[in-house]
Structures are given as structure tokens and as C-alpha cells.
Ligand binder design. Structure first.
Ligand code: T6T
Length: 329
């Protein structure tokens, strides 16, 4: 009797395995998780692409994704969105905190409400989580690009394109954002290897491409011998490239861009932008969801997951293996 029962159960599970490979594990366990993703802002191609990766992962594990964010990259606007998301008690929260310090207490509220927190793209505190140090190590994992390395890559490329000498500056968002702070840090560290390069004061644009374009022109007016600029995120780079074009200096003032919206293709091809460092936001979204799912199904999760870059230039941008990393927003 017992043996027959065992045989029939085995038969049933074999049949399930054979016919329902698409049945997701969470559903198979009778539970479909609701995972929230709060981006830095909703209208940025970077986060829209991240959402696609997160959605693909949710589909794979039978979870539901809730995507909710603010219209601007701004801590004051992000906090009420977070409060609303936390009040709805998702099974897990993936969030790109818009400030290293200002988002610590708002995110602690999630943990207090029993919602596990994972940060994607940006971090809070030092970004070292689950190490028992500091007041911001409570997120379970940080899933992101290596932003210091990204800054170094930009510095190497810009140094090469300006022939190792001349004046450059960093067009950046605002201090306090982990990603863009680290890109600037990596850039400045790496540029030290080039004694002929002078780094001018950083220009902060508040994630406003128009402001970044005007700043480019103002820096150029003060420094007609400006050789290059590093745009440390999508809007900084877009603004720097537009500023260079508006000043009639396309190709003369070199631009190294972080991020890869569709518009970067033309700027690479026409020589306005020399190099674009594409992050892999879909990969960040995917691994964010998978990490949350792992935790929710009682697996252990690494405290940090590093995702990749694809460095784009005029010579490789038509290669589908490269172009697939253009953002899809
Ligand atoms: O560069 C990305 C992101 O990594 C950064 O944290 C904020 O800016 C972007 O979203 C691009 O606009």
C-alpha cells in the first residue's frame, strides 16, 4: 500500500515535470510573491531597462513586480513613494536609494515592517551590508555595477582621446549619490596617472541635461582650451554632448559618457561622444529579483552582486553583441 502510494506520487511528479516546466517554483509552492521595485526615477531609460530585467525574472519565478517611483531623482520625492510602497507590505523591496544618507531611516522602516530590503544600482551608508558595522548595513544585498571601475574606464578612455594632456572636468548629478560619487572618485584616481591632465572643478547639474549643457558652455567660455569632459550619468553625458554641439566644438572637445540611451548611437557615430560605458541595468533588475526570491525561499544571498559593463565606441556600436546593451527605455 505504502509502496503503491509512493509510486503514484512519483508518477504524478514526473508528469508535472514533463508537462509543466513553465510552472514557476513560487507558484508550485502555492505562494506567488509580490516584489516592489522603487527606481531612482521612473522616466530614465536606465531604470526602465532595469524594470524589464526585473519583470523577466518575476515571470521566471512566478512573482508579481510592482514598479513605483518618483518623477525626479530626488530624495524628498522618493521618500513618500517608499512610504506608500512599504505600507502595502510587499514580500520584498528592491530600491535604488537616491541618497546615501537621507534614505537610511526611510528604508529602516521597511525592515521594521518586516519587508526585506535589497538595494539596486545605488547603496546606503558605505554599501557594505550584513557585516555588523555602521547604521546602514541592514539591506540584504547590493546589486550593481562597479562604479569606481566605471569611472576608471572613463578616465582611461578620455586620457587616450585627448592625447594624455589638457583640461577636463566631470559633469555630475549632485553629491551624496553613491554611484555618481564613486564614478567621480574612480575617474579622479585614474587620471592621476596622467600628469599632463588638469581636472577642473566638478559641475553639478541636478540630473538636468539642459543645465549640464549650459555648464559645458560656461566652462568652455572660461577655458577655451578645454580638452574633454566626463559625463558621469545619462543626463550629465547627454547634456555635455549637447553643450559641445551647441558650442560648435563636436569632436574637438572629447566626451566620455556613462550610460547608453539610444541617442548615444548617433553621437558615437558622428564623433561627438568618444566612448560610452553602458551598464547592464536589465541584469541588475534580474539579479535583484532572483536575490529577493532566493531569500524568500530560504536560500542564502550574497551581500553584494556585481554586474557588468559594455564599453561602446564608433568601431563596435554596430555589433549586435554590443548594441544589445543599449537601454530600451
Ligand atoms: O547612471 C544611472 C544610475 O546608475 C545612477 O545611479 C543614476 O543615473 C542613472 O540612472 C542614469 O540617468
Amino acid at each position: 500500500m505504502e509502496r503503491r502510494l509512493f509510486m503514484s506520487l512519483l508518477g504524478a511528479s514526473a508528469a508535472l515535470a514533463g508537462t509543466a516546466a513553465a510552472v514557476a517554483p513560487a507558484k508550485a509552492q502555492g505562494k506567488s510573491f509580490r516584489i516592489a521595485l522603487v527606481p531612482g526615477l521612473t522616466t530614465d531609460a536606465f531604470y526602465i531597462t532595469m524594470r524589464r530585467g526585473a519583470e523577466a525574472a518575476c515571470k521566471a519565478v512566478g512573482a508579481e513586480l510592482v514598479f513605483q517611483g518618483a518623477p525626479e531623482f530626488n530624495a524628498v520625492l522618493q521618500v513618500p513613494v517608499l512610504d506608500a510602497v512599504i505600507a502595502r507590505k510587499p514580500d520584498a523591496l528592491l530600491v535604488a536609494p537616491t541618497d546615501k544618507t537621507q534614505l537610511i531611516e526611510p528604508l529602516r522602516k521597511a525592515v521594521d515592517a518586516g519587508v526585506p530590503v535589497f538595494t539596486v544600482d545605488t547603496f546606503i551608508g558605505t554599501g557594505v551590508y550584513q557585516a555588523g558595522e555602521g547604521n546602514a548595513d541592514f539591506p540584504l544585498s547590493y546589486i550593481a555595477s562597479d562604479n569606481i571601475l566605471g569611472g576608471r574606464l572613463a578616465a582611461r578612455a578620455l586620457a587616450k582621446s585627448i592625447g594624455g594632456k589638457g583640461k577636463v572636468y566631470v559633469s555630475n548629478v549632485k553629491p551624496g549619490i553613491s554611484t555618481t560619487d564613486q564614478r567621480e572618485e574612480g575617474f579622479k584616481e585614474e587620471i592621476k596617472a596622467h600628469s599632463g591632465i588638469e581636472v577642473l572643478e566638478t559641475q553639478f547639474n541636478d540630473d538636468d541635461a539642459n543645465k549640464a549643457a549650459s555648464q559645458l558652455q560656461a566652462v568652455l567660455a572660461r577655458n577655451p582650451d578645454l580638452a574633454g569632459v566626463f559625463g558621469a550619468n545619462l543626463f550629465s553625458a547627454l547634456g555635455a554632448a549637447n553643450g559641445v554641439k551647441q558650442a560648435g566644438k563636436a569632436g574637438a572637445v572629447k566626451v566620455a559618457a556613462f550610460d547608453a540611451p539610444q541617442s548615444i548611437v548617433e553621437d558615437l557615430k558622428n564623433g561627438t561622444v568618444d566612448i560610452a560605458i553602458a551598464q547592464h541595468p536589465a541584469e541588475i533588475g534580474w539579479f535583484g529579483v532572483i536575490s529577493a526570491f532566493a531569500h524568500l525561499t530560504e536560500q542564502s544571498v550574497p551581500a553584494a552582486i556585481g554586474t557588468g559593463f559594455t564599453v561602446m565606441d564608433k568601431a563596435n556600436i554596430d555589433d549586435p553583441k554590443v548594441a544589445r546593451f543599449l537601454y530600451t527605455g
